[in-house]
Design a binder for this molecule. Structure first.
Ligand SMILES: [Zn+2]
Ligand SMILES: [Zn+2]
Length: 362
């Protein structure tokens, strides 16, 4: 983890009233409220007042104990907010312009150094010194680390993307997980080639899958989306896909966004196809692989985890542009006050949960 500046080199920002963070202590325990009366901003750090956060499926998995996480922890990594303080030296948004107080922004889930071998190789989400919002234990100098809070303390090395005032918060909050990850998955599958007329098959109509459907359909692909849930299949049609319960023919690009259909995804790939695995973000049984079949079909099987800052900016560009044609605003089915985080989490974990449940701290 990046070394924090000595206290005297940090710019103290006092918050009145104090910021509040909802801290998760472990499986089965209610969130604790922690008041944070001030933060020390290092060079290039940014303090953001959160407008809305959405609860991602991985937050639910963590709280159910399906993923390990260091506690105490402020969960949440899908948010939109407004810049209220900037550390000494300032910083720039992803467009290269200086970031200003009052800017409405979304930000990358990872903090990256920009100089290690992984960062310079374009894998900034796997930076050797990386920290992740919503995934790190809170510490004495860095309490506001996640989205289930009134404010978040963004560290230097975070990609910050300015967003239009006109876009609904419900569209923007999931950008920093679902939409950007979907963008990265579609880009990996396309590998620089046009998607016009390509047969794209998406497994899983969760928000990553639905976002991938819209992104690929908008590029001219013929998208089929497979999901066992009738309501999600209906949603998928509105995002530009043809919904089905099983693959109906071979595909040029297969995106496995559920984590539960890896073998089916590989089986559905046509000769020369790319299979993008993006949904396997929780422990699962190993999947048998018919290597001969992969060889004979000239398949590319690739994994995508999170995204780069460039991909986040591109995903936001899509949401602000052609993505307006798709019902991204409708994915948030309920908004709870931050104070009711435990009820919100229960709603997000229900079997008939909407695609996203949101938390509003204001
Ligand atoms: Zn997520
Ligand atoms: Zn790095």
């Amino acid at each position: 983890m990046r070394t924090l500046l000595p206290h005297d080199e940090r710019q103290d920002v006092t918050l009145r009233p104090a910021a509040t963070a909802k801290v998760w202590l472990g499986v089965g325990q209610a969130h604790e409220t922690v008041a944070v009366p001030g933060v020390g901003l290092g060079h290039g750090d940014v303090l953001v007042a959160i407008e809305l956060s959405t609860i991602c499926g991985s937050d639910v998995h963590t709280m159910q104990g399906h993923r390990t996480a260091p506690t105490p922890l402020v969960l949440g990594h899908e948010s939109v907010g407004r810049v209220i303080a900037i550390g000494e030296g300032g910083t720039t948004s992803a467009d290269g312009e200086p970031l200003r107080i009052g800017d409405r922004v979304v930000w990358s889930v990872t903090v990256s150094c920009g100089t290690c071998d992984r960062c310079t190789a374009g894998m900034t989400q796997k930076c050797h010194t990386s920290a992740k919002y919503g995934h790190v234990r809170i510490g004495p100098r860095w309490e506001l680390t996640g989205g289930f809070a009134s404010h978040v303390h963004l560290r230097a090395g975070t990609t910050i993307v300015r967003v239009p005032e006109a876009l609904p918060a419900a569209v923007l909050a999931p950008a920093s997980c679902a939409t950007a990850t979907a963008w990265a998955a579609v880009a990996r599958g396309a590998d620089g080639r046009s998607l016009e007329g390509k047969r794209v098959l998406v497994y899983g109509a969760g928000l990553v899958g639905l976002s991938a459907v819209a992104i690929a359909a908008d590029e001219g692909a013929e998208v089929t989306v497979i999901d066992p849930s009738a309501s999600r299949r209906t949603f998928a049609e509105r995002f530009g896909g043809t919904a089905a319960v099983a693959a109906t023919g071979p595909a040029d690009i297969v995106i496995e966004a559920s984590g539960h259909a890896v073998a089916d995804a590989i089986a559905a790939a046509d000769v020369g196809a790319a299979v993008v695995l993006v949904g396997s973000v929780f422990p699962a049984e190993p999947v048998p692989l018919d290597a001969e079949s992969v060889v004979r079909r000239l398949l590319t099987v690739t994994g995508v985890h999170n995204y780069t800052g460039t991909e986040l900016a591109a995903a936001v560009g899509f949401l602000a542009g052609r993505g307006r044609a798709y019902p991204f605003a409708d994915v948030v089915g309920a908004v709870h006050p931050l104070e009711d985080v435990d009820a919100a989490v229960a709603a997000a974990a229900a079997s008939d949960a909407p695609l996203r449940v949101a938390l509003n701290p204001r």
